[in-house]
Design a protein around this ligand. Structure first.
Ligand code: NAD
Length: 479
């Protein structure tokens, strides 16, 4: 781990000018802080429910002209939006690094900003054709996909820019207008990105609103909202489902996970160790589809634990603006407390703490080192609860059927992975209850490969053609 280097505490000029048009006036709003240093970096506007109502009116009024532009022109504008992100990528990544905590380097802030442009371009280039469903003597029918109208996009704080793009790019592509409600923890970064996108988009088709608690719930339940794209925790997802009873909004719910990985006896510990590490600790473990429970066959258990410990020792943690770091702080105190509690509980239950195990206070208030927890069993809180941070329980198994049963035991099913001989792994993959099963990797996403959860990890798909269908309404023309 590296101590915080002496990094400028003032925002660099380009970051400052980027947030200037977004932040609340001096003395107003909520103070946004740097996750690593806890120093103030800006003022997040606090919109009211009345502000939200006005935004909904504007976005609703702007939508028909946006839809009427047609696919070609909307695609062109989404590419222009991607250009605008790329033109501002470095200050945006620095702002994200400060507010969210993730380092510039590694699969973190620069990677996230790059993915925003990639996903925008992919949505721009994806075509959702009308389908002919019957065309014979019995009749003729085609299935078309139309804009829904207004989409509400509600997001979390872990990948705030990328997930916002996942929600808005397909929605805009299909001719919807969008109101974005970012997590308060990372609202400054999201509002700043929206202001960059709005340099090229027509007025009012994309509006960001953040503020008091009632703003989120009012958006989800609003009669003008035809679709809610929600990414966040399972308890909040359930509330969104309840809200949809009033407006019958269509929902895409990307909720919490507790992804299992199974290492087969045929795996090579040294070859998979780095893949396992980033599968678990991308974004310092604050990732929905991260590896959160690792089941390792008895025959190579010690070798895998040792190989993971070796990789851990090579990965520097510290202030995200320091170019050498690839691991950062937890984004907020609540999440830090969850990780600390789960590790303490595991230790008290007799688990072996292989690395880490106590806060890295020398780095700052919210730093917790990568903590590998060995000799732990199903039923322990650190296995059964989503840690959403830099700790990984490693569970020994000797019977594959039992490992599969345990992997499927929890009521979540976002991702899973199997490591080892490809054919053997493929045979296990089909038995796992998860929206995506990766072979010899974990969490890799592609803008054309559908992504979504099963069980309490939610429903609906994002990305590619399937993603466009989920932000459209079907219309059949028959006759
Ligand atoms: P959260 O559920 O606390 O908050 C998510 C968003 O919902 C925030 O913007 C919040 O303001 C808003 N919200 C809160 N109450 C609401 C209500 N009653 N109605 C409408 N909106 C409301 O989640 P979080 O702590 O920001 O994110 C962490 C969780 O998100 C983890 O469980 C993680 O696994 C999950 N997550 C899932 C995915 C995925 O793709 N499946 C991706 C990222 C994060």
């Amino acid at each position: 781990m590296t101590k915080n280097a002496q990094l400028a505490t003032e925002l660099a000029t380009d970051e400052f000018s980027l947030i200037a048009g977004v932040q609340a006036p001096e003395g107003q709003g909520r103070v946004a802080v740097d996750a690593a240093t806890r120093e103030p970096i800006g003022r997040v506007p606090q919109h009211t429910v009345a502000d939200l109502e006005a935004a909904i009116e504007r976005a609703t009024a702007a939508q028909p002209a946006w839809e009427a532009l047609g696919h070609g022109e909307r695609s062109r504008l989404l590419h222009a939006a991607a250009d605008a992100i790329e033109a501002n990528s470095e200050p945006l990544a620095r702002l994200l690094s400060r507010e969210q905590g993730k380092p510039l380097n590694g699969p973190n802030a620069r990677f996230e900003v790059g993915a925003c442009a990639t996903w925008l371009r992919s949505a721009a280039d994806t075509v959702l054709e009308a389908e002919t469903v019957v065309d014979d003597a019995s009749g003729h029918a085609t299935l078309h996909y139309r804009a829904i109208g207004l989409v509400g996009a509600i997001g979390p704080w872990n990948w705030p820019l990328m997930i916002t793009i996942w929600q808005i790019a397909p929605s805009l592509r299909m001719g919807n207008s969008v109101i974005v409600k970012p997590s308060g923890n990372t609202a400054l970064s999201v509002l700043t990105m929206l202001s960059i996108l709005n340099e090229v988009l027509p007025a009012d088709v994309l509006i960001g609103i953040c503020g008091e608690r009632g703003v989120s719930s009012t958006l989800a339940a609003h009669p003008a909202v035809g679709k809610v794209m929600f990414t966040g925790s399972t308890p909040t997802g359930r509330k969104i489902v309840e809200s949809s009873a009033s407006n019958l909004a269509r929902l895409t719910l990307e909720l919490g996970g507790n992804d299992a990985g199974i290492v087969l006896p045929s795996a090579d510990p040294a070859a998979i160790a780095e893949g396992l590490f980033w599968g678990a600790f991308i974004n310092t473990g604050q990732t929905c589809a991260a590896l959160k429970r690792l089941y390792v066959h008895d025959s190579l258990y010690d070798a895998v634990v040792d190989a993971l410990a070796d990789v851990t020792a090579r990965m520097p943690m510290g202030n995200g603006l320091d170019e050498q770091n690839v691991l950062g702080p937890l984004q907020n105190k609540d999440q830090f407390d969850i990780v600390a509690r789960l590790v303490e509980d595991a230790r008290a239950g007799g688990a072996r703490i292989v690395t880490g195990g106590a806060p890295a206070s020398e780095l700052g208030e919210l730093f917790y080192p990568v903590t590998l927890v060995a000799d732990v069993k199903d039923g322990a809180a650190i296995v059964d609860e989503e840690q959403f941070g830099p700790t990984l329980p490693i569970i020994r198994y000797s019977d594959l059927d039992e490992a599969v049963r345990n992997a499927n035991r929890l009521d979540v099913g976002l991702g899973a992975s199997v490591w080892g001989d490809r054919d053997e792994a493929l045979a296990v993959a089909g038995r796992l209850q998860a929206g995506t099963v990766w072979i010899n990797g974990h969490g890799g996403l592609h803008p054309q490969i559908p992504f979504g959860g099963v069980k309490s990890s939610g429903y609906g798909l994002e990305f590619g053609v399937e993603g466009l269908k989920h932000v459209s309404v079907p219309q059949v023309i028959s006759g």
